[in-house]
Design a protein around this ligand. Structure first.
Ligand SMILES: Cc1cc2nc3c(=O)[nH]c(=O)nc-3n(C[C@H](O)[C@H](O)[C@H](O)COP(=O)(O)O)c2cc1C
Length: 138
């Protein structure tokens, strides 16, 4: 089995103090929209991102239960907030504080939006510990 950690670097991209990283998916989590900051931060072009599953930016340090919570909350409550470590194309990473929303149009179609802002460093430090513990239980 390929080692999912082998190419990762410890380079962190730090969120600027302003700006929003936005993305939208269809009901299956396929990316349908990204803004310019998303591309800059993740290191991909729009063309590379659109039509791909959102786990394209998944970092292996993220515990599975975090995304189970995201999808469960989107179904049951229509929204989710949480801290996410994402992987950049260059194998570095970045942390965000994300709010995801379920959007139902009048024709019944469902899409999901995520808006991400700069996380407090103290929250990132707490999540590094928590997510490592959760990963260890997988
Ligand atoms: C609107 C929206 C935004 C998402 N943003 C991210 C993200 O930034 N990073 C990420 O790893 N997963 C994100 N996800 C969750 C992914 O769809 C997926 O569940 C997760 O990456 C785990 O994938 P896996 O179980 O296939 O490994 C998002 C999902 C939705 C609906």
């Amino acid at each position: 089995m390929a080692d999912i950690y082998q190419d990762l670097t410890s380079n962190e991209w730090f969120y600027p103090s302003s700006g929003y990283i936005l993305s939208e998916t269809d009901s299956n989590g396929i990316i349908t929209y990204v803004n310019d900051l998303f591309c800059e931060v993740a290191g991909y072009t729009k063309e590379e991102l659109l039509g791909q599953p959102h786990n394209m930016v998944r970092h292996p340090d993220m515990p599975r239960i975090a995304f189970k919570g995201l999808w469960d909350d989107l179904q049951s409550k229509g929204f989710w907030t949480g801290f996410v470590k994402n992987r950049r194309k260059d194998n570095g990473h970045y942390w965000v504080y994300a709010t995801a929303l379920r959007r139902e149009r009048s024709d019944g179609s469902v899409s999901y939006l995520s808006i991400r802002v700069k996380p407090a460093r103290s929250d990132v430090e707490a999540c590094i510990k928590l997510y490592a513990e959760l990963k260890a239980q997988e």
